[in-house]
Design a binder for this molecule. Structure first.
Ligand SMILES: *Cc1c(COP(=O)(O)O)cnc(C)c1O
Length: 551
């Protein structure tokens, strides 16, 4: 006891001595302001962003108050905006833009013609496998199944169980078929969503609310690899969850498990692992993350949006893959996109939970609305029943056998391309691609030059940053005869030219990717991105186009 009381005595005597000459009102004031100051200091230091980050931001904010800097930035922004808008104008210059409802409705033939014109605007031939990821197309036969089923179910809505019980049954079946593919036990459950981002948003919301209710966590934090999909950052922004990013090993590009353990705090609501991640297509050590989850009693989410419908079938397709599903006891939820390697059209994904208690926290319920007690499982209120029916139909059409066959061809092609790339001088492959994404970088030249050279040959790859890299996500379209060899020979020929002058920097459009990484003021990058998004909604202000809606 003495050991414990002694320091206490010292502190007590010290405080008493310090306050001996003070009057009671002074003591109260000092105490109050000390508490307030500590609270303020605590809040200041432990905000969503580090002190360093905020200092940097304040510095840039102040710098922009200097008129000459402000002017310079404004004029640069204006030229960025102009060039983005010019791209839109160039692309659509042969076409009419419609900005008001036509007085009289168009004929079906006219609409079909206009649709073809609009869809024909792209410079890329995705159907010939020239584009990374993006289009997860299987065949005209599946396409016709999709349109048949959609035409029957276009106006359905699972919000109304009483009116569309069959759509709800189909959704439940999609969830269960998927849960089974990921070895969910008897209690496994989930919902369909509109896409991977929504699946991830829902898991984050579920774990945030679960942690608040079960553990009293009021300042939620999620611990995730730097490489986790940006949808988690969206969840952090939407739901006020602090995202604690963990670095990845520069060689394997897998999350650093020790650093992940250190990042765990009393406020951690969830851990995240990707199977695989988007940038490098490598898989985190999900078993180790699952162990961390069990050790600290924190639910683990596995993001299988990209690779889920491959990893689930890889063993049967003859490709071993680490276990990354509910067989790992710490894994409490999985997101898997039916609209990627499930081959359903866009607008469809599944989020799964080990136990119903998590799904309960995904739901939003409003009990006191004059419109009635309102409960909905996901972000939407009304949802596209047609999208559910179509997904259900595609799963049934493929069956396990269909997915195993597609997986075999896709992984076979990916490994073939990976092997080819590894044999080429001047580039390297990041880590061990787990499924269908192969990321390449270079120690010898600016890798965006390769991207740029391939662009000229009609290939559209994904450009990555920190560090500069590019990747190809192999889809079923790349498995067709000749595509992989064409890609490899185009890379090889481009490399031969690039390596003649390895020190040259990238020119043209792709220069923006290099520049964007080097701008220390990220708010400028944000503002440029806003302009880019604006350009999606830009209609060239062409007088000729006005009032010209007659068809
Ligand atoms: C595609 C993807 C997602 C979700 O993206 P959506 O475009 O919303 O479907 C999430 N995680 C990974 C790893 C992905 O590749």
């Amino acid at each position: 006891m003495a050991i414990i009381t002694a320091p206490f005595e010292i502190v007590k005597t010290g405080i008493n001595n310090a306050f001996v000459s003070k009057e009671p009102w002074q003591i109260v004031t000092i105490t109050t302001s000390t508490v307030l100051l500590s609270v303020w200091l605590y809040e200041f230091i432990f905000q969503e962003e580090s002190v360093m980050e905020r200092t940097k931001k304040t510095f840039f904010k102040l710098a922009k108050l200097v008129p000459s800097i402000r002017l310079k930035i404004d004029s640069e922004m204006e030229s960025v905006r102009k060039s983005l808008y010019k791209d839109v104008e160039e692309r659509g210059k042969a076409l009419h833009y419609i900005t008001t409802l036509p007085e009289k409705g168009f004929s079906k033939e006219a609409i079909v013609k206009l649709t073809d014109e609009n869809l024909g605007l792209s410079d890329y031939d995705w159907a010939q496998g020239k584009v990374s990821g993006t289009v997860y197309y299987m065949s005209s036969e599946i396409n016709s199944l999709i349109t048949d089923i959609y035409s029957k179910s276009a106006y359905t809505n699972p919000l109304h169980l009483d009116i569309f019980p069959g759509i709800c049954k189909m959704e439940a079946e999609v969830v269960h078929m998927t849960a089974n593919a990921f070895h969910g036990g008897a209690n496994a459950c989930g919902t369909m969503t509109s896409g991977g981002t929504e699946s991830i948003l829902m898991a984050c919301k579920a774990f945030r609310d679960f942690a608040r209710e079960e553990k009293g966590i009021k300042k939620p934090e999620m611990v995730l690899p730097k490489t986790a999909h940006s949808a988690f950052d969206k969840a952090a922004q939407y739901f006020k969850i602090k995202a604690i990013y963990v670095p990845v090993d520069p060689v394997t590009t897998q999350v650093d498990i020790n650093a992940m353990e250190k990042a765990i705090s009393w406020n951690t609501i969830m851990l995240v692992g990707s199977a695989p991640n988007f940038p490098y297509g490598t898989m985190d050590d999900i078993a180790a993350i699952s162990d961390l989850g069990l050790k600290y009693n924190i639910p683990v989410h596995v993001d299988s949006c990209l690779g889920g419908f491959l990893t689930a079938f890889m063993p049967d397709a003859g490709f071993p893959v680490p276990i990354c599903d509910f067989r790992l006891p710490g894994v409490m939820s999985i997101s898997a996109d039916t609209h990627k390697y499930g081959f359903t059209p866009k607008g469809s994904s599944v989020v799964l939970y080990r136990e119903p208690k998590y799904r309960h926290h995904q739901y939003t319920i409003t009990t006191d609305w004059p419109g009635g007690v309102y409960g909905s499982p996901t972000v939407g209120g009304s949802r596209a029943g047609g999208s559910i029916a179509v997904c259900w139909a595609v799963l049934l059409r493929f069956g396990k056998e269909g997915y195993i066959r597609a997986t075999r061809e896709i992984i076979h092609t990916s490994r073939y391309i990976e092997k080819g790339l590894r044999s080429m001088k001047g580039i390297f492959v990041f880590g061990q691609p787990a499924t269908s994404v192969i990321a390449i970088g270079s120690n010898d030249f600016d890798i965006y030059r390769l991207s740029s050279a391939l662009l000229k040959l009609g290939w559209n790859l994904n450009n990555l940053q920190y560090p500069s890299a590019i990747h190809l996500a192999v889809t079923y379209l790349h498995t067709k005869g000749g595509v992989a060899d064409q890609f490899l020979s185009d890379v090889k020929n481009s490399l031969a030219i690039i390596l003649e002058k390895p020190e040259k920097r990238v020119e043209g459009k792709l220069a923006i990717y290099g520049v964007a990484q080097e701008i220390p003021d990220r708010s400028i990058v944000r503002d440029i991105t806003r302009l880019f998004l604006d350009s999606m909604y830009y209609i060239p202000n062409n007088k000729e186009n006005k009032n010209d809606n007659t068809q």
